[in-house]
Design a protein around this ligand. Structure first.
Ligand code: PLP
Length: 404
């Protein structure tokens, strides 16, 4: 492993070679304003106190670190497997840690209006929730096709008081929604804050989202030291944009004895055209304001990503993960749709926990590798969300496959 640089990103927003701020000139002043506001508030203990109190009283933190004895036994009895229960956080996933942080930051900056973009709708729901709580106006851009596929999440956002704007340009999916949100931001910068949902985008977003999600790893560290009096050997998390993984990894990054493993979606297989394994198979390029690994074709066009898990279906990845991969601080692997579905069913049956299909990827990897691990290995899996949102698509998939 190469040495880990201190205090990343650097002033220009780079993690090693990756990250940066690749946006049109009109956006630069907005990002400068955001960066300086965040750096100011980062040093303000009152901000963090307020955010933590909301997380505790409203959202249900700290989430349990649960020793999954049935799963440990199922895997051979030689491991101790702990689940970090982000599925028990309000709204059913880790995303709220970040949206509460950013919306509160927006409020402190004097903004009154929040915008976001969403693909599957999960980030939109988490943003709308934070806005309802903190009395902010909320506008969520969503590709028109996605609003049809995710009609229930559109209704959830509307119940929460948000305005959902369908975007009819281009492919009518996430990337078009991002363009529309950026256009809105430039036009309404005075009163508007743009909330990004993962450790992606131009600087300072990857740093900011990492800091907010690090609460997961900080709690995990405290909890495992109390329960086991030592650090875990392995930490596993699924990687879409990379925020739940970065959140649990980051507080352990300087503890080199702790192995960090990110699990990507191999979809129908790494050699098919239908996967989202950006760190395993991507090439460097620029998308959404950052220089990072991306799924692209020979001419550099961004390829469509596929995963059975809607939250993993993204052709890019946070630049800090790309940096961790390059210096060897974390390892990135992948599991297929089929393997994730099996893990989804296994965890449901043996632990009574229906995991999000995203999180099921991390579990599936452990199921594959358990036999190779020495006894007494302590493994922590970030259970990033609950699977209630996925039961309909799993049912359809299983019925289709039974019929052959
Ligand atoms: C959105 C989501 C993910 C993927 O996003 P990351 O930024 O990679 O964490 C993973 N799990 C769940 C439950 C999600 O909702």
């Amino acid at each position: 492993m190469k040495v880990l640089e201190k205090r990343l990103p650097n002033k220009r927003g780079y993690f090693g070679k990756f990250g940066g701020r690749f946006v049109p000139e009109t956006l630069i002043p907005l990002l400068y304003e955001l960066e300086s506001a965040y750096l100011r508030i980062k040093k303000d203990p009152l901000f963090w106190k307020e955010w933590k109190s909301i997380l505790q009283e409203y959202a249900g933190r700290p989430t349990p670190l649960y020793l999954a004895q049935n799963l440990s036994k199922y895997l051979g009895g030689h491991l101790k497997v702990y689940l970090k229960r982000e599925d028990l956080l309000h709204t059913g996933a880790h995303k709220l840690n970040n949206t509460l942080g950013q919306v509160l930051l927006g409020k402190k900056m004097g903004k009154t209006r929040i915008i976001a973009e969403t693909g599957a709708g999960q980030h939109g729901v988490a943003t709308a929730t934070a806005c309802a709580l903190l009395n902010m106006q909320c506008v969520v851009y969503m590709g028109a096709k996605d609003t049809e596929r995710q009609a229930l999440n559109v209704f959830r956002m509307q119940l929460l008081g948000a305005q959902v704007v369908p975007v009819y340009s281009g492919t009518q999916t996430l990337k078009d929604a991002i363009n529309e949100a950026l256009r809105d931001w430039v036009t309404n910068v005075k009163n508007t804050f743009y909330v990004i949902g993962s450790v992606v985008g131009p600087h300072p977003y990857p740093m900011m989202v990492r800091d907010f999600q690090s609460i997961i790893g900080l709690e995990t560290k405290r909890q495992i030291l109390k329960k086991e009096r030592r650090l875990p050997d392995i930490i596993l998390a699924c990687v879409g944009g990379g925020s739940n993984a970065m959140g649990i990894f980051y507080p352990f990054v300087r503890e080199s004895q702790v192995k960090l493993i990110g699990v990507e979606a191999a979809g129908l297989g790494l050699n098919s055209e239908h996967h989202s394994a950006t760190l395993c198979r991507g090439e460097p390029g620029i998308l959404h304001g950052m220089f990072t690994l991306l799924l692209q074709d020979k001419t550099g066009q961004i390829k469509g990503a596929h995963s059975i898990a809607p939250g993993l279906d993204y052709p890019g990845v946070g630049p800090e993960h790309t940096y961790f991969k390059e210096i060897g601080r974390a390892e990135y692997v992948s599991v297929t749709d089929k393997e994730a579905l099996e893990a989804f069913q296994i965890l449901s049956e043996i632990e009574g926990i229906i995991p999000a299909l995203e999180s099921a990827h991390a579990i599936a990897y452990l199921i594959k590798k358990a036999k190779e691990l020495p006894s007494e290995t302590i493994v922590v899996i970030n259970l990033s969300g609950r699977g209630d949102k996925d039961v309909t698509s799993v049912k359809e998939y299983l019925e289709k496959n039974e019929k052959g």
